[in-house]
Unconditional design. Structure first.
Length: 139
């Protein structure tokens, strides 16, 4: 079996997934109805990343490269820092990528909560509307 081919295919799939998430971010800023979907994707990514300690696609790629006989150490660094260094010669710490992913996921989730409020019937949204109305009266 050609493990190098499958490792490269995994890297392409990983890059396509990353590109889909970035395009989804742009789409959810334009169309608010996509925010809950994007928030769900980010929460899923964060949960899987936290459970495995790394992205499963990164782990799979490293495993396939080890089977092919050329381990890269990509699981030690991370997908984005590894390929940013390899392709663009830019050094990005893996901690920065992890923190920015968690922050972006949290912000998208919080942004989608207002859209989800009719489904949750949370009192905080009623309080927020009340505070807006009272602020308009005194303005």
């Amino acid at each position: 079996m050609n493990y190098n081919f499958w490792a490269d295919a995994t890297a392409v799939l990983h890059f396509a997934t990353l590109l889909a998430v970035i395009l989804g971010l742009l789409l959810c800023f334009r169309y608010k109805r996509f925010r809950p979907l994007e928030a769900g994707v980010f929460i899923l990514i964060i949960l899987v990343w936290s459970y495995y300690g790394n992205c499963p696609l990164t782990i799979l790629e490293e495993h396939l490269r080890k089977l092919a006989g050329n381990p890269t150490g990509i699981t030690n660094v991370g997908f984005i820092p590894f390929y940013a260094r390899k392709l663009l010669d830019v050094n990005i710490p893996s901690r920065v990528v992890q923190q920015s992913t968690f922050f972006t996921g949290g912000m998208i989730f919080l942004g989608s909560m207002e859209w989800l409020s009719p489904f949750f019937h949370m009192e905080i949204f009623k309080l927020r509307k009340f505070l807006r109305r009272t602020a308009r009266k005194f303005a």
